[in-house]
Design a protein around this ligand. Structure first.
Ligand code: SAM
Length: 314
């Protein structure tokens, strides 16, 4: 697959995500001591956007917690289209249960992430092996329990090679995470990737967060904004409703799958947490948040029995 201007724009969405997260963290939505190390500046977004980011970070955290609780041995996490996500460091601060954390993105993105990690003691010290060894070569970083590698998720062979180079194990309990990533792939490429993953990891929980229901006026505006920035593939997958997105996961070979739009996820958050977040910034137009939440979904799929009962309200 050759690199295009569109790929450049898609890779650029990571910068935006990181700056928005830093803006929300600075306002107290959630704690992340690492995100500032990855962002040049903080982006101040509208309150409904910040609440949306909060709901996503919190929901992903809740599912990861359930995943970790059920793991019967050291697990692995595979973060697809990881961008500058700080999950590895945040988890490292609270648990030793993750035996291997693998991050994949375009080589241009992993090369930058690699540079940032190398420059920051705070990041590096959580990665270094006991003998302090961190192998870093052209955009890749390999250490005991943390691997960052470049590949194109549309290239199945490349994904397989990257996973192997990162020490992915077929028999380990595996969490595959794809936050705002698959939606940038054309539907056939996303389906092929999901099939590959469903097959490769028989003890697996897959967690996807991305746009959905873009088939209405609000969705058209979201699609137009993304295509103005050069990301023109978003239409296809993003137009799926939650039920159709769940159906795609079953079609890819996953044993169990379910999903919720973020309005449902928001309602499922503990009342006191929602109340705390609502006090951070006033939001006059509740309808705005509701509309935004109806256009993002969290879908989960599982392989094997370990994670079959994982649910939003568990
Ligand atoms: N998952 C991160 C997060 O939630 O903060 C980053 C999300 S960012 C919106 C999308 C990421 O997916 C970018 O880092 C982009 O480079 C990556 N991505 C999109 N298409 C990709 C592809 N075909 N191969 C590898 N990475 C891809």
């Amino acid at each position: 697959v050759s690199w295009s201007a569109e790929d450049e724009a898609v890779a650029g969405t990571n910068t935006d995500a990181t700056e928005c997260k830093l803006g929300a963290v600075q306002l107290g939505y959630w704690a992340d001591p690492y995100v500032r190390l990855f962002a040049r500046r903080a982006e101040r977004r509208a309150p409904e956007i910040n609440r949306g980011y909060y709901a996503r970070v919190r929901a992903v955290e809740m599912f990861i917690h359930q995943f970790l609780e059920r793991c019967d041995s050291k697990c692995q996490i595979i973060n697809l289209g990881c961008g500058f996500d700080t999950l590895f460091w945040r988890l490292r601060d609270v648990t030793q249960a993750v035996g291997n954390f693998i991050e994949l993105d375009f080589p241009t993105v992993t090369a930058k992430k690699c540079q940032i990690i190398k420059r920051n003691k705070q990041l590096l010290e959580k990665i270094a092996n006991e003998d302090g060894e961190v192998a870093c070569r052209v955009g890749e970083l390999h250490a005991d329990g943390y691997h960052l590698a470049g590949c194109d998720l549309r290239d199945g062979g490349g994904v397989r090679r990257a996973l192997a180079a990162c020490g992915a194990r077929a028999d380990a309990p595996t969490l595959v995470l794809a936050e705002c990533v698959l939606v940038y792939l054309r539907e056939d490429a996303a389906a092929a990737l999901l099939q590959l993953l469903a097959c490769a990891f028989p003890k697996q929980l897959l967690l996807i967060y991305e746009q959905c229901n873009l088939d209405d006026k609000f969705g058209e505006v979201m699609i137009r904004n993304l295509s103005l920035r050069g990301c023109s593939a978003v239409g296809e997958r993003g137009r799926l409703g939650v039920a159709a997105a769940v159906e795609r996961l079953r079609a890819a070979g996953y044993g169990g799958a379910r999903g919720w739009d973020m309005a449902a996820v928001w309602r499922a958050l503990p009342d006191d947490e929602r109340a705390r977040v609502e006090r951070l910034e006033p939001l006059d137009e509740q309808e705005l948040l509701h509309q935004l939440h109806q256009h993002y979904a969290l879908t989960v799929a599982s392989q094997g029995d370990l994670f079959a009962d994982i649910d939003l309200n568990a």
